[in-house]
Design a protein around this ligand. Structure first.
Ligand SMILES: *Cc1c(COP(=O)(O)O)cnc(C)c1O
Length: 387
């Protein structure tokens, strides 16, 4: 939803741009924090969803930790004020340089994804005369029932250590003297809207915990990753995501053992709803059977529709009236690059502004300069009210 002041301010800004509603973000982080507080759950924000500095500062101030998947994300988290001990570093392909960066910064833990990676981290920690805290990422073989590109918890995925390799862990840890195993890490996928999936995850974690206990391995942290989905169809639905129900479910079904803490790595659910991609209509083309609205944004600015066939609600914020159908298409030479087919919009003309909603998660972070286009810019609601 946009105020009339915002819409009139948009007219003077070069399109396309991301519009971030920072007040809405503040409300959301507060909601997350209040929903997790009764259980003392720890929330880490997954930077890969959106790593704009202003966004990170708002999230950091709420006391969340950071979940990073590259050395540059670790750097960005440090620069935006996340305490090093609250930074986790995951990812299947950490380079030596990135591992050293994490070791030197004293991050909370490396989420390790393979036995060879454990050996490398151990050697690098030894070279720095330090102990690396690690959490092993296990592949729990749970179907997240989401798009196959964003399903990560099945055995055939590249992520995590397979359950069969788990057997080797006790022996291995004895020989890797510069590693301290502090926890277990799992992450099964993204945009999960069926909370039952998380219940299955809890039940699986309880079983895995039995194995660790029978092997006399003490885990201080259980990290169940992220993946909570948002309502792309109804961008203004403030009941969604169900943070309260989500945390309550883990409280009910996951058996924490004495002294253990439970950690979450939410990305999308925290940021997705707090902004839109604003684009201008360049041309209306009347085809044989379809009207095309050609807009000035493309997959270089928001790749989700082209990459995952993702749906984003599109609204014409310059016009009103009885709706007609349009295919909202973009100037880039890729047929997959369509923002929406048979989108219902009021009569739309050249110069109208369209808002592509719920665009903050995995939006601007994936921007590129394909076709040598300009990198998309960002505008914050606070900046508008100042001018
Ligand atoms: C991507 C990712 C997340 C965040 O996922 P969301 O679906 O955005 O909540 C959390 N943990 C890990 C390890 C990830 O790779």
């Amino acid at each position: 939803m946009f105020t009339t002041d915002q819409i009139s301010a948009f007219k003077n800004i070069k399109t396309p741009f991301y519009f971030y509603d920072t007040e809405l973000l503040r409300q959301t982080v507060k909601k997350v924090s209040e929903a997790a507080a009764p259980y003392n759950f720890h929330v880490h924000y997954a930077l890969k969803a959106n790593a704009e500095r202003d966004i990170l500062q708002i999230i950091q101030k709420q006391g969340f930790g950071a979940d990073c998947v590259s050395g540059n994300e670790v750097k960005r988290a440090l620069e935006t004020g996340f305490p090093p001990v609250k930074i986790l570093f995951a990812g299947v392909g950490k380079s030596d340089e990135e591992i050293l960066l994490g070791l030197d910064a004293g991050i909370g833990a490396f989420n390790v994804e393979s036995i060879p990676e454990m050996q490398v981290i151990n050697a690098l920690a030894q070279s720095r005369n330090t102990i690396a805290r690690i959490a092993v990422r296990l592949n729990p073989n749970i179907d997240a029932k989401t798009h196959h590109y964003i399903t990560t918890g099945l055995e055939e995925n590249k992520f995590g250590i397979n359950m069969s390799d788990l057997e080797k862990l006790p022996e291995l840890l004895k020989s890797l003297k510069n590693l301290q195993l502090i926890g277990l890490h799992l992450h099964i996928g993204s945009q999960i809207t069926d909370l039952d999936v998380f219940k299955s995850l809890c039940i699986r974690v309880n079983k895995i915990q039995d194995w660790f206990i029978s092997n006399r391995i003490l885990l201080k942290t259980i990290n169940v990753g992220g993946g909570l989905g948002v309502d792309y169809k109804n961008p203004d639905n403030t009941d969604f995501p169900y943070f309260k129900a989500y945390f309550k479910l883990f409280h009910q079904f996951l058996d924490l053992r004495a002294g253990q803490s439970l950690h979450f790595e939410l990305g999308r659910a925290i940021v997705a709803q707090c902004g839109s991609l604003i684009t201008k209509v360049l041309y209306i083309k009347h085809g044989q059977t379809t009207n095309f609205a050609v807009v000035d944004a493309g997959m270089t600015d928001l790749i989700r529709p082209a990459l995952y066939q993702a749906y984003h609600k599109i609204e014409n914020i310059s016009s009103s009236g009885e709706t007609e159908f349009y295919d909202v298409v973009v100037p880039i030479c890729e047929s997959s690059d369509v923002f929406g087919k048979t989108v219902s919009l009021p009569p739309t003309q050249r110069g109208d502004l369209l808002a592509i909603r719920t665009a903050v998660a995995y939006g601007q972070v994936m921007a590129s300069q394909f076709n040598l286009r300009n990198l998309v810019s960002a505008i914050y609601s606070e900046d508008l009210s100042k001018s």
